[in-house]
Design a protein around this ligand. Structure first.
Ligand code: ATP
Length: 307
């Protein structure tokens, strides 16, 4: 792992930002395409676009006497943005936690590309291709933005510990590639100008984007975002909408937990709705908006939020 003291050298980012400002529209488009290429997932996928990537099969999670998730089933198709919504305490985060190995399901299964995740540990689930961000930002505060993302690429590294200690040629190559990829990711999420700043010194919106860049660094098949718009103003939510679409357009599949209905309705392809641990609806945003069970579940939520 890269430590704060001996971290990777940050390319002269001021130069890059200045360069970008002076590019013509065509040059900028070509540059963006190159960045998108560098960020694009580079791994084998067992399923085609539109086919089931992840299946939640009859999943139940109990905490003592409380059933947080009650026989929930739904599928995420490769290449879509799926929204997971529901009132507070509905079981959304529990579902994420059961998918990513934080909690063991009481019963039921989670299958990625048709294969059960079983009792895999968290890091092995990351390796299988599920990455996530958290409701409460979890970054390495004392590391730079770039280092935080380089750490994410570690999940894909093949150098042995001995190779890293002896600084083998493979380790060297992987480290250089990791820094280049991390820089591309920072640019992709729009925060490359602060690559050399410690995470703790970044503005809140940048920290949220950094979390996304770090999750993408693991080259996930599925990216799970847990309330990425929390604390954002309307302009930041609009930018986040653009970023989530860009991530999908670059070849990723996205599962989004979000309370902001305008964002959810505007960015998702389909939505699954939970209430009291049960799935109460599933469909495209226009169906969900008019579903009586969903409207009832959200009674008390201002109308504007569902509009
Ligand atoms: N580790 C835990 N131990 C005990 N109960 C838990 C635990 N995690 C979640 N719960 C309970 O499970 C239920 C579902 O919680 P969960 O956090 O999954 O809901 P949520 O839909 O994500 O809510 P929110 O939108 O408020 O984040 C709640 O009643 C919660 O108190």
């Amino acid at each position: 792992m890269t430590g704060p003291g001996n971290g990777p050298e940050v390319p002269a980012e001021g130069g890059l930002v200045a360069e970008l400002e002076h590019m013509t529209e065509a040059e900028r488009a070509e540059h963006d395409a190159q960045v998108a290429d560098a960020v694009a997932p580079d791994r084998d996928m067992a399923v085609e676009i539109g086919q089931t990537l992840l299946e939640i099969d009859d999943l139940t999670v109990r905490f003592g006497g409380l059933t947080a998730l009650d026989s929930v089933s739904f599928a995420i198709r490769r290449g879509e943005i799926l929204g997971l919504i529901g009132p507070n305490g509905a079981g959304k985060t529990t579902c994420f936690n059961a998918m990513t190995g934080v909690y063991r399901p009481t019963s039921g299964r989670v299958l990625l590309e048709g294969k059960p995740l079983g009792k895999l540990a968290k890091h092995n689930i990351t390796r299988r291709g599920i990455a996530r961000t958290f409701q409460n930002i979890r970054l390495f505060a004392e590391m730079t933005a770039l280092e935080n993302v380089v750490v994410g690429t570690d999940a894909r590294h093949r150098t042995s510990v001995l190779g890293a200690i002896l600084r083998s040629p493979r380790h060297h190559r992987e480290e250089k590639a990791a820094v280049e990829k991390a820089m591309a990711l920072l640019e992709f999420v729009g925060i490359a100008d602060r690559a050399a700043d410690k995470a703790k010194n970044l503005p809140y919106g940048y920290q949220r984007r950094l979390e996304i860049a770090r999750a993408l660094a693991t080259e996930p098949k599925l990216l799970c975002l847990d309330e990425p718009a929390a604390g954002f103003n309307p302009a930041e939510k609009e930018q986040l909408n653009g970023l989530i679409r860009k991530i999908r357009d670059d070849g990723y599949t996205v599962l989004l937990i979000e309370h902001d209905m305008k964002l959810v309705m505007g960015v998702t392809d389909r939505i699954v709705v939970l209430e009291f641990g049960r799935k109460i609806a599933e469909g495209v945003p226009s169906e969900i908006r008019e579903n009586p069970a969903v409207i009832a579940a959200y009674l008390g939520v201002p109308d504007d939020d569902l509009a």
